[in-house]
Write a protein that binds this ligand. Structure first.
Ligand code: FAD
Length: 221
């Protein structure tokens, strides 16, 4: 549903090419060792079932008493600070964040990068007494790998709706490969791009860091 008509056609053709049978409007009721049971009574034989019906977050935040959504994501403000526990910051899939377009950001690595950046800026800003910048909280689109030589890159508009055009085929696969290479590189160079120059740590003028630590110790006690 999040793809343009053209990208959907592309995806159907790729499934045909790869020998994938797509069953639409079919709801799964139960998964057993050797079959999948559907609500319409159909039983599909299966040697291996890969469940891909969406992401879920750990129940640890809800169990810890943080304010969470009914899916367990931590509710945060624009600076990624928990609305119920000011000493807790959340980023990535675990955070329920309203993006710049006024809609909740989906769980994705694309959003996790932005929310991580905002959380870092907020923590550094509060600890140094500096103004906290509003970094971007955008969601630009979906990128689907369809093998080494095919992919779909679907950009979305400000309303998070698929734009009419999409990038498909080898070009989209090359872009995806580049993103994966860059991700691996940044994993092995974790300090690259850290805002060291712009945000030198400085003494806190009003002792707010000490107060924050004292508050967290008091709360923990
Ligand atoms: C198969 C697959 C394909 C995906 N493809 C895409 C894609 O193409 N594009 C896209 O945008 N997104 C994609 N995603 C989603 C993307 O990976 C996530 O949205 C993103 O990684 C979220 O980042 P994160 O830092 O919030 O969580 P994660 O990257 O999941 O990191 C969470 C970390 O917390 C650790 N952790 C968990 N519980 C605890 C605990 N109790 N104590 C300590 N540590 C803990 C975990 O070990 C993990 O290292 C994909 C996800 C999957 C599973």
């Amino acid at each position: 549903a999040q793809l343009s008509a053209g990208a959907r056609r592309h995806l159907r053709q790729a499934c045909d090419r790869l020998g994938i049978t797509v069953l639409e409007h079919t709801e799964v009721e139960a998964v057993e060792a050797a079959r999948v049971l559907c609500t319409d009574g159909t039983a599909l034989a299966s040697d291996a079932t890969v469940w891909t019906a969406g992401f879920a977050v750990s129940p640890i935040a809800a169990a810890g008493g943080l304010e969470v959504t009914d899916t367990g994501r931590i509710v945060v403000d624009r600076t990624m600070q928990s609305v119920s526990h000011p000493n807790v910051y959340a980023a990535g899939d675990s955070a329920y964040v309203v993006g710049d377009n006024g809609r909740p950001l989906p769980m994705s690595c694309a959003s996790a990068g932005y929310t991580g950046m905002q959380a870092t800026a907020a923590i550094v800003g509060r600890l140094t007494g500096r103004t906290i910048p509003n970094t971007k909280l955008e969601y630009l689109g979906n990128h689907i790998s369809l093998g080494r030589r095919d992919a779909i890159l679907q950009m979305v508009d400000d309303e998070a709706q698929a734009k009419q055009n999409y990038v498909g085929g080898r070009k989209a696969a090359r872009i995806k490969a580049g993103i994966l290479k860059m991700s691996l590189w940044t994993t092995s160079h974790p300090t690259f791009g850290l805002p060291r120059r712009r945000h030198h740590l400085a003494p806190v003028p009003n002792g707010s860091a000490d107060k924050a630590i004292a508050h967290s110790e008091k709360t923990a006690a």
